[in-house]
Design a protein around this ligand. Structure first.
Ligand code: PXL
Length: 269
């Protein structure tokens, strides 16, 4: 069988740990052929505390990349990462509909670690109303889940479950609310909801701050497994194993940033 092909529509993280760099590394590790449509370039300022600068790509350039990949080659699954502006989100939504793309993983990126403000407040609304309803799997962290569900800050498992129900009701087929960053009884617990069953994914909480790009890596791994024909729930489980190992082997790049190790499970699962 030919190798499954996947597309990431996401931003470039110049430091290599998140964004399309994380996605393509993850695709390679999971044995799928990765392609990318770049939406934005993120650079960091070494002389100003690694503060983030974002440079969106023109809509015509994003469209040309998607045409190349979807019209010219074809994909079995697609993930979206940092989309940055309402216009980019609308373009991506249009393309998912126009090309009838299947197996859509939406990582609803609103902010990157190191920047403490949401990229643009209206981005949350556009994601909630237009893109999340098209998702096969959507993977919000606690902050993103609260924004998408329009809830106060999430602090408990019950609130994670409430958010998952609300987000599912908007149309997303599988909702994974990631609790990993928060210490819930010393465990990294994610809540998965498919409209009927609430599943908890439990892993020991890794004591590391080297988690840059973890969300990108997790959603890229789900995308890869969907492309291979795994069910969404199986894809989510495999991705959880993958990201748990990648976080356990996270490492420092400089005094500001430590990414996860995408190759941590090479040849092991
Ligand atoms: O981790 C969120 C994220 C996503 N995409 C890009 C990023 C970041 C954080 O730095 O740079 C391109």
């Amino acid at each position: 069988m030919s190798i499954p092909k996947v597309l990431t529509i996401a931003g470039s993280d110049s430091s290599g740990g998140a964004g399309i760099q994380a996605d393509l590394k993850t695709f390679q590790e999971r044995d799928v052929y990765g392609m990318s449509a770049l939406t934005i370039i993120v650079a960091m300022d070494p002389s100003n505390q690694w503060s983030h600068q974002v440079f969106p790509i023109g809509l015509d350039v994003i469209q040309a990349q998607i045409n190349t990949i979807v019209q010219g080659i074809g994909v079995q699954a697609t993930k979206t990462g940092m989309l940055a502006t309402v216009e980019i989100i609308e373009l991506v939504v249009e393309n998912i509909k126009k090309y009838a793309l299947q197996n859509i993983v939406v990582d609803p990126v609103l902010v990157c670690k190191g920047a403490d403000q949401p990229l643009f407040p209206e981005v949350a609304q556009a994601l909630r109303e237009h893109l999340v309803p098209l998702a096969t799997v959507v993977t919000p962290n606690l902050f993103e889940a609260a924004q998408l569900a329009q809830m106060p800050p999430i602090e408990t498992i019950e609130q994670m479950e409430d958010a998952a129900r609300i987000i599912h009701a908007s149309g997303a087929k599988y909702v994974v609310v990631k609790g990993g960053k928060h210490d819930l009884d010393g465990k990294a617990i994610d809540v998965v909801f498919d409209g009927e069953t609430m599943t908890h994914l439990v892993a020991p909480r890794a004591h590391t701050t080297y988690t840059h790009g973890a969300g990108c890596t997790f959603s890229a791994a789900i995308c890869a497994e969907l492309a291979k024909g795994e069910t969404p729930l199986a894809a989510i489980h495999i991705a959880k194993t993958f990201i748990t190992a990648a976080i356990e082997e996270g490492f420092a790049l400089n005094q500001y940033v430590g990414p996860t190790k995408h190759s941590a499970l090479r040849h092991k699962i």
